[in-house]
Design a protein around this ligand. Sequence first.
Ligand SMILES: Nc1c(C(=O)O)ncn1[C@@H]1O[C@H](COP(=O)(O)O)[C@@H](O)[C@H]1O
Length: 166
Amino acid sequence: MSKPFVAVLMGSDSDLPVLQSTMDVLKSLDIPFEAKITSAHRTPDVTHSYVKDADSRGCAAFICAAGLAAHLAGTVAGLTLKPVIGIPLDAGPLQGMDALLSTVQMPGGIPVATVAVGKAGAKNAGYLAAQILALSDPELATRIKTDREANAASVIEKDAKLQASL
Ligand SMILES: Nc1c(C(=O)O)ncn1[C@@H]1O[C@H](COP(=O)(O)O)[C@@H](O)[C@H]1O
């Protein structure tokens, strides 16, 4: 059986710079992933067939990012039983509030695990997908633990510098 992978979907190429944070996390934890530009609004048939196909090929979790009327994550969630993580993006005058509400306010029975708006959310989407995969991959769980320890060490080091400068 092929290794489970994460599918990273975005509504437009204009979302790509923010999604780089998601892909950086997945790469750093050595998680196989695919990335695709597809829109529930503009390319509904492509979105539908990609999700069905990825699902059948071993996709373990979908990450969906979109701005404005962000229906991509909800649409994907309706097409698969795999966990769907939604990243609302700031792509217009409402600064992501539109995307946040349209991603998070899913009707009962079709959940989208919604992370924060923008870059921090994009980063956490990668970590959340990693933690989902780590449920059945102890080596990945160890890599996540090491990453957290490095994160903590960096905060402690910054504090030590602050204390030394006072
Ligand atoms: N919200 C959606 C969907 C969707 O939900 O299917 N498809 C594209 N978009 C979003 O429209 C914004 C502007 O897109 P353009 O920059 O291409 O005009 C992007 O943030 C995209 O995610």
